[in-house]
Design a protein around this ligand. Structure first.
Ligand code: ZN
Length: 395
């Protein structure tokens, strides 16, 4: 099969092939050059980091952000009391998944040429890390970024939603792993591509419903709490967080576009084989989205903490009377019990929901559970792969 290797160019890792020199299931849409040896050794994979292949920048565009997210985690480790302050556990979960998902992706792109089966196993790992990331996002959003109007609502459905938002996100994450890994056993088709994109999109949209609500609510309900101005429509959340969350949507939209469209290589096949093809642009936009999300969550984390601890009481005074009571009670009870509560009348208070960061099982424990479920699913799909000897092309 590799008799044509003599005509291939040579890199640190060995020959670098054209598309017609590698098996069909290794082909990438509209990418004509830069293919690595399909049965590379570990050392060849590592050396390929420095070769001009069509995977090299796919690896670096996720490996360097992994280093960045690890650096941010290390910096925060000194500034936040992760061990003793239960309020910070959701942030710790989020930081973990921020480091894990680009690392898993970089590893998958690096080693996927070791064998036909390694290619599939690497991407099982990639997909399960992405689904775990979606779950980590849900934990952080629920802890720091939910609008107060949702948290303090007495509507039975909204109370249930706030209580079960994280549990449903866990279900979505597991479902996403199941569907995306299953697509690797399907023959290539637009349906299969749509199914995989949908399996990533469902957790993303679900996670972001409260954020969309938070950003759009003041515009949809323009008379919303008439005495409030734009700055203080939710005094427990920073306005800067709104903008960063909104920009995160923009970058995610770009990432989805590159992933689904295969632009620009679709227009000029062969021009973007090594630098500038859609998967690299997808990685870069995805990371820019996560960087904005991280900044937004950190802003929300600090601002809501200050608010709940009553450090910015002037914000309380700008609230309508009902909300002012609720905010005071919320603040008081947060410090005393860690439970979110809401004032029903002057004398009566009610527990709004049962989810709170006080319980280890709500954040770190549940993340560990989803992690292990994903690990078991990845192992089961690997066993299925061994039995079927799957060599189908996946995109
Ligand atoms: Zn990728």
């Amino acid at each position: 099969m590799f008799g044509l290797a003599l005509s291939a160019s040579q890199g640190f890792s060995g020959p670098i092939y054209r598309v017609d020199q590698v098996p069909e299931h290794f082909h990438e849409h509209y990418i004509l050059r830069g293919y690595r040896q399909p049965k590379s050794s570990i050392s060849q994979c590592l050396l390929s980091l420095f070769d001009p292949t069509n995977e090299t920048l796919n690896i670096w565009t996720h490996f360097l952000p992994t280093c960045y997210f690890m650096y941010v985690t290390w910096q925060l480790w000194g500034a936040v009391n992760f061990g003793g302050d239960s309020y910070s556990w959701a942030l710790l979960c989020y930081l973990f998944v921020c480091c894990a998902f680009p690392l898993a992706s970089a590893v998958a792109h690096l080693f996927n040429v070791m064998s036909d089966q390694a290619r599939h196993i690497c991407f099982f790992l990639d997909y399960s890390a992405l689904s775990l990331f979606s779950f980590g996002v849900a934990i952080a959003y629920r802890a720091y970024s939910f609008p107060s109007s949702l948290l303090l609502s007495k509507n039975v459905i909204l109370v249930w939603y706030c209580d079960n938002y994280v549990n449903i996100a866990a279900f979505n994450a597991v479902l996403s792993t199941l569907l995306t890994c299953h697509t690797r056993f399907l023959p290539p088709s637009p349906t299969h591509k749509a199914m995989r994109l949908g399996a990533f999109a469902i957790p993303y949209f679900y996670d972001n419903i409260p954020i969309l609500y938070r950003i759009l609510m003041p515009y949809i309900f323009s008379s919303y709490q008439g005495e409030l101005n734009r700055e203080s429509d939710d005094p427990s959340l920073p306005l800067g967080g709104h903008y960063l969350h909104a920009r995160q949507f923009m970058f995610t939209g770009f990432a989805a576009f590159w992933y689904a469209s295969h632009f620009p290589e679709r227009l000029l096949p062969g021009m973007f084989d090594i630098v500038g093809h859609s998967h690299q642009l997808f990685h870069v936009c995805g990371i820019l989205a996560v960087m904005d999300q991280l900044k937004a969550i950190l802003l929300d984390f600090h601002h809501r903490k200050d608010f709940l601890e009553g450090l910015i009481p002037e914000h309380h005074m700008r609230l309508p009377q009902d909300y002012r009571h609720a905010a005071d009670v919320l603040s008081f009870f947060w410090k005393d019990t860690g439970k979110p509560v809401c004032r029903v009348s002057d004398d009566e208070i009610a527990l709004v929901g049962t989810w709170d960061t006080e319980l280890w099982g709500n954040s770190v424990g549940l993340l560990a559970f989803v992690f292990w479920v994903n690990a078991v699913l990845t192992a089961l799909f690997t066993i299925r792969l061994m039995y079927t000897g799957c060599k189908l092309k996946s995109c």
